[in-house]
Write a protein that binds this ligand. Structure first.
Ligand SMILES: Cc1ncc(C[n+]2csc(CCOP(=O)(O)OP(=O)(O)O)c2C)c(N)n1
Length: 698
């Protein structure tokens, strides 16, 4: 049996780009048949997913690409630059076969074996791949439209590496995104167009228009016949439409679009009409299509059309074409058997691996404690500047972050010092901000995006979630070390529902993100620097009240100061009660503890500094020593991070407790503007004090 991992090669570009020869077209034809044969084998007994009897089928999912093969394979063959990057979706298996992923790996993926692209974690058609010396396929998502903005990040990285870093080996590289017609209605698609067109990024979007999004026909996605027609007046975007069943027209369109993008011609959109020859997936019988539509689909099969083209234009005889089909079927059958037998099963311990990077040895240095105290805001800005000086791959961006220095002034001066390519304003799209950061991080840059206020991370939630799981989903092959800065909480004048949200618990619930929530300037510097030198995505939460407040000011801890994540600080020692808190809660607790100290009661305060990971050891040790614990946080009470801590304390230190574990947290309502309502909602010093009095008396 041949070694399917070794024998498989990426498709080559035609030797004569203006006139591909029969050999090249045959390579496309062969591979299209491999893809077709995979799709067909997957629907045979023994492979086909069976709801009634899951053990009967080797597959749990089947997403066919029948009808989409030829355009994808031509595109794959044309991506011949070693720094090309591509974003794909669940119907992109022909493309994957074209850029070098073997049928063995495809089957191992869809059979959820360790040899698959996700090691059995993902559904098997949501791909990622780094072809040695070839295309990087960015980790795809199951979310329709989520592939686009990370590809923008790759395109921007190409632009940055060529213009600013003068990396000549990146000249001519492009980014390419593949998507269906339904995906043109998603936020990611529009965010992408709005970013790449004014900036003239080297990016090609190929829309494979099969006229349906699952069961929903095209007319539900937009007005008119298609969004592509409506895009005709979009400035800075070169659009071409072509039928996938016309190979003689398809090839030059793809070639010219890709070459134009390589040659500084800016963003290209290729709209390829294709038939979807099967249902959306194996469960979909296409009952919603008329007989006439189904017949028309079959008549437009691009693979049949390519066979005809080869016969008529290149005199390839029908016997040769049949032999190719037969050989593909046999090759696929063997690859499927091999994947099933040799693909490998993970062990149960593998389930939790690759969620985070292997722990780095961060040496905790001592902060400088002398000198003028700086604000939290200025300290973060200074740390960013020092790290940008050290590492040319760090880029800082977001809404108003560049020229004006940010609405919170944290990035003030960075654009003047490092230039617009490294500190820049973005379009008003949080999905665009986070998605492109993910693409840059996968590319090897160090993006530090800012979300202007915590609440406005909502539109980016899909990208945030997917960035967190990216390492795990790719079985550790990719990582996206984005440092996502985000102001949280109320400010001097109070709060409101839009600008004063904390919401760290929502993020703590997302696998794969680390979360820093510093309470003072020195910790912020140490944690930010650690984040910028690590290999995990980090949510860096900056409390707005503390930005300038005297209580959070500290002497600047120094240009090398690093603080490891997951190391809590005892900011006030005590023996009578323990407060576990973070961020602004540290200051509320400190005020309450100071009042109680006047009557001789000693409250210890433990500042977690980071929520993920949190210092469980320090929490349990303090609870065991003191026996009475109060958790204080500004996030809403229900399912807040305090609930997690309380459950752990009760579960693991129950016998040491002398009182119930209580929480002082924000009420489960949005943050109100009116001062009386605000006071009623917030975990104020008064409320912390009152609860401590109760706890001490228990
Ligand atoms: C954000 C999101 N919403 C809904 C879905 C469920 N879903 C999966 S595929 C699909 C249709 C996508 O159609 P299109 O983009 O035209 O691609 P095609 O499947 O036709 O190739 C839908 C609604 C999803 N995966 N992601």
């Amino acid at each position: 049996m041949s070694d399917y991992k070794q024998d498989w090669k990426p498709l080559a570009t035609p030797v004569q780009p203006d006139a591909p020869d029969a050999g090249w077209w045959l390579s496309i034809y062969e591979r299209a048949w491999v893809s077709r044969a995979i799709d067909e084998l997957e629907l045979t007994k023994g492979y086909k997913p069976s709801r009634e009897n899951p053990a009967e089928g080797r597959l749990k999912f089947q997403f066919s690409a029948r009808g989409h093969e030829v355009p994808q394979l031509i595109a794959a063959a044309l991506l011949d630059h070693p720094h090309d990057g591509a974003g794909v979706y669940y119907r992109s298996r022909p493309f994957m076969l074209g850029i070098g992923l073997s049928p063995f790996a495809c089957f191992a993926s869809v059979m959820h074996k360790t040899a698959g692209v996700s090691g059995g974690r993902d559904i098997g058609v949501v791909f990622n791949h780094q072809q040695p010396g070839g295309v990087t396929v960015l980790p795809a998502s199951g979310d329709v439209g989520a592939q686009y903005t990370p590809v923008v990040g790759w395109a921007q990285s190409i632009a940055y590496r060529t213009s600013r870093m003068q990396q000549r080996d990146w000249d001519g590289a492009i980014a390419m995104a593949l998507g269906g017609d339904g995906s043109t209605a998603t936020n990611g698609f529009w965010a992408t167009l709005n970013i790449i067109t004014p900036l003239n990024y080297p990016m090609v979007i190929m829309i494979e228009d099969n006229a349906y999004a699952l069961t929903v026909p095209l007319r539900y996605q937009t007005s008119g016949r298609s969004v592509i027609d409506n895009l005709a007046s979009f400035t800075g975007l070169n659009i071409t439409t072509v039928d996938g069943w016309q190979p003689h027209a398809l090839y030059p369109v793809l070639r010219d679009s890709i070459l134009a993008a390589r040659d500084n011609g800016g963003p290209q959109l290729v709209h390829v009409r294709v038939p979807r020859l099967t249902g959306h997936n194996s469960q979909d019988s296409q009952a919603y299509k008329s007989k006439q539509e189904l017949e028309q689909d079959l008549a437009r099969d691009p693979l049949t059309a390519l066979g005809k083209y080869l016969s008529e234009e290149y005199s390839v005889d029908s016997g040769q074409l049949s032999d190719i089909e037969a050989a593909a079927r046999e090759q696929v059958r063997l690859a499927a058997e091999a994947a099933w037998e040799q693909g490998g099963e993970p062990s149960s311990q593998d389930a939790t691996s690759h969620l985070f990077a292997p722990p780095a040895m961060i040496k905790q240095t001592e902060p400088k404690t002398e000198g003028q105290r700086v604000t939290l805001q200025a300290a973060i800005g200074q740390c960013l500047a020092e790290e940008m000086e050290r590492d040319k791959t760090i880029l800082v961006f977001g809404e108003d972050v560049g020229r004006s220095g940010g609405v919170h002034r944290v990035t003030d001066g960075l654009q003047g010092r490092f230039g617009e390519e490294r500190a820049f304003d973005t379009s008003l799209s949080e999905e665009g901000i986070v998605g492109r950061a993910v693409g840059m991080a996968v590319n090897g840059l160090r993006p530090v995006p800012e979300i202007q206020f915590r609440k406005y991370a909502d539109p980016a939630h899909e990208q945030i979630t997917d960035a967190g799981t990216l390492r795990w989903r790719t079985n550790g092959h990719f990582s996206a070390p984005v440092v996502l800065r985000m102001p949280v909480g109320y400010q001097k004048m109070g709060g409101d529902p839009w600008h004063a949200v904390c919401g760290e618990a929502v993020f703590a619930h997302l696998p794969g993100w680390q979360i820093a929530y510093p309470s003072n300037a020195a910790d912020a510097v140490g944690l930010l620097r650690t984040a910028l030198r690590g290999d995990d995505p980090v949510m860096f939460l900056e409390h707005r009240y503390l930005y300038e407040h005297a209580s959070a000011r500290r002497p600047y801890p120094g240009p090398d100061y690093l603080l490891p994540f997951g190391k809590a600080a005892t900011v006030r020692p005590g023996r009578d009660a323990l407060v576990i808190t973070w961020g602004d809660g540290v200051h509320r607790a400190a005020e309450a503890a100071a009042i109680l100290a006047e009557s001789g009661q000693e409250v210890e305060i433990l500042d977690l500094r980071t929520i993920v990971p949190y210092d469980k050891e320090a929490v349990l040790a303090a609870v065991q020593r003191i026996g009475k614990a109060l958790i204080v946080h500004e996030d809403n009470r229900t399912c807040g991070f305090g609930a997690e801590l309380a459950a752990v304390i009760v579960g693991e230190a129950f016998s040491y407790l002398d009182a119930p574990v209580w929480r002082v947290a924000a009420e489960d309502i949005p943050v109100p503007c009116n001062d009386i309502l605000f006071e009623a909602m917030m975990p104020t010093t008064r409320k912390v004090h009152e609860k401590l009095v109760e706890l001490l008396a228990f």
